[in-house]
Design a protein around this ligand. Structure first.
Ligand code: R5P
Length: 298
């Protein structure tokens, strides 16, 4: 079975590494915008009778969303067998309920859209808060790759005596898993969100961190306010500058400055969203999840 890995614009480095890990062909996709803003896509690799893995860097999904459809549809027209999507960061998962009448529950609409274009989906730690599993919103087979093993590998290699701290109750799933794998204590703070850019966080138990390096772990760093507030409390309670680990580096323009001003010792992320802060490599874990899907369709 031949496998071609195609990058959507912005995912070239991720796709090249994934192709190498999968021992697949690194395919080429040409893309440009016409002066009126419409998109031009060309699959410049032979995909006929191949399994195609499309890799999307979907931090800013709207300009690329139609491209997901165009590329999958074109690959099918060119005779591809099965077409999977690797979206290391899966967008639109946070709008997971209709909080006000008439609101678009974009997680569900985006899920239906992707499920029509692709045969399977692999992603890393999607924001599963009100949905217990991705199957609620994606009707195609999907695999969730946990970032905890890769983060734990990084901490084991780079940090002595960490204590892992999640900034809110939702982050328990990541913080607890990382701590168990590293074999260190963990703690979760209590967050109250007062607005898009205003959060309050409870004080942790200082005794837990005695002689340990605090490591804050969260799935998403977006505005940076959740992490920055946690940094301030950890600093005042533990008297030590925490290391911040985010799975997905969404980073609104002011986020990095907020975290450094709050006193983070270092801010690093997984390579699910291409960014200078990427230090934790989750691509081997993604490749391990993709292989069985390719074999299942062989
Ligand atoms: C919230 O539910 C998530 O787990 C993150 O804590 C949140 O998305 C971070 O957002 P921000 O950086 O805007 O505070």
């Amino acid at each position: 079975m031949s496998v071609v890995v195609l990058p959507l614009p912005g995912a070239e480095a991720q796709a090249a590494s994934l192709a190498q890990l999968l021992d697949a062909t690194a395919g080429s996709l040409e893309f440009r915008r016409f002066p009126d803003g419409e998109s031009y896509y060309r699959i410049a690799s032979d995909v006929s009778d191949c399994d195609v893995v499309v890799v999307g860097a979907l931090r800013d999904p709207d300009p690329l969303a139609l491209g997901l459809w165009y590329v999958a549809d074109t690959a099918r027209e060119m005779g591809a067998r099965r077409i999977g999507l690797v979206a290391p960061y899966l967008p639109y998962m946070r709008q997971d309920a209709r909080f006000r009448d008439g609101e678009a529950v974009t997680s569900r609409s985006f899920g239906r859209f992707v499920s029509q274009a692709f045969d399977w989906l692999v992603t890393v730690d999607p924001h599963l808060h009100r949905y217990p599993t991705l199957d609620i919103v994606y009707s195609i087979p999907s695999v969730v790759v946990p970032s905890a093993p890769a983060i734990a590998r990084w901490l084991q290699a780079n940090v002595t005596r960490p204590v892992v701290i999640g900034p809110d109750s939702e982050s328990e799933q990541w913080a607890g898993d990382v701590a168990r794998r590293v074999g260190c204590p963990s703690q979760v703070l209590t967050k109250t969100r007062l607005g898009d850019r205003h959060v309050e966080i409870s004080l942790p138990e200082p005794g837990l961190a005695e002689g340990r390096q605090p490591v804050l772990v969260d799935d998403i760093i977006s505005s940076g306010h959740t992490m920055a507030e946690a940094v301030r409390h950890v600093r005042s309670a533990f008297g030590a500058a925490p290391l911040c680990v985010g799975v997905h580096a969404l980073f609104a323009p002011e986020a990095r400055r907020l975290l450094l001003d709050a006193g983070a010792s270092q801010v690093l992320t997984c390579n699910t969203v291409p960014d200078a802060s990427n230090a934790v490599d989750v691509l081997p874990d993604i490749a391990a999840a993709v292989r069985p899907l390719l074999q299942a369709g062989a």
